[in-house]
Ligand binder design. Sequence first.
Ligand code: TRP
Length: 348
Amino acid sequence: MQKIILTGDRPTGNLHLGHYVGSLRRRIELQNKGDYDEFYIMLADAQALTDNFGNVQKVRDNVLNVMLDYMAVGLDPEKVTFFVQSEVSELSEFTFYFMNLVTLSRLERNPTVKEELKQKQQFGESIPMGFLTYPVSQTADIVGFNATIVPVGDDQLPMIEQAREIVRSFNNLYGETFYEPKAFLPESESCYRLVGTDGKAKMSKSLGNCIYLKDEPEEIKQKVFSMYTDPNHIHVEDPGKVEGNTVFTYLDVFSKPEDFEKYLPEYKNLDELKSHYERGGLGDMKIKKFLNNILQELIAPIRERRKVLEQNPDKVFEILRAGTEKARKVAYKNLIKMKTNMGINYFN
Ligand code: TRP
């Protein structure tokens, strides 16, 4: 069996630290390991339009933004095929046939779709078919490339389950044609859903609690210094709580043993820092400065690479165009295979 990796993002805004720990870091690891036959990363612009239909310009602008973020973070077009979903029309054709294998009630039960509908409320009771059926189109994105491994966050598990069900139904009806894809989750649960700088649920553009990969040093600093900590830790000598304290949540995710040596040599490791905080006598300022140093070091090279790439958007678009051309050929080949197995090939 070939190892085909495919994943993607909706281009609706710049990528932030939540994307970094939840998926980008993992993708770079996979890329550098090189243990795969193909690795596709898709800009899911068509999917983004399912809830941004009146705002094509936003999606369009963010195709470039997200591509810049991808490349700035170190994803390498020599090793990864980047493509735009809407330019691979074959995917719509897959979707059309896969729709026959899913019921309306099954789509209405999809937990991620349900959650999105609840949070956004933008559609009220009249949900557009395009939005409700995007999990079918996402199945096409995956199965159209016969992807075997799909690196995603846990919110995407229902999509992978839906894809697996469709593949099973298809193979039952028309014979073994597609693989059942497997999700590949982030390293640890703390990376699934990085909390925002306000300590609220998830880092998310709409909540305005993000640290972006393109943020300037001053922005990062200001966001770290206004982070939510423990509201009862008022004086330095007060004992403080570590659980639910955003600064410590971030330190759990981002700090490495070397960082202590470099920026906070009074402590050997995070456990020591935590126990001092819990005992009392350690101020918020100190832990925030430490976190700021760590994040500055992480983001600086990304921001700098991005600035260089931004100078030459034509080059970035050319990479995307070439990747899309390649992806389209693969999807076409798989589409013909699908239609042949279904028996809807009349002229050959
Ligand atoms: N739904 C994904 C997201 O919101 C984006 C996406 C579209 C995707 N098609 C995909 C992810 C196929 C993995 C595989 O982030």
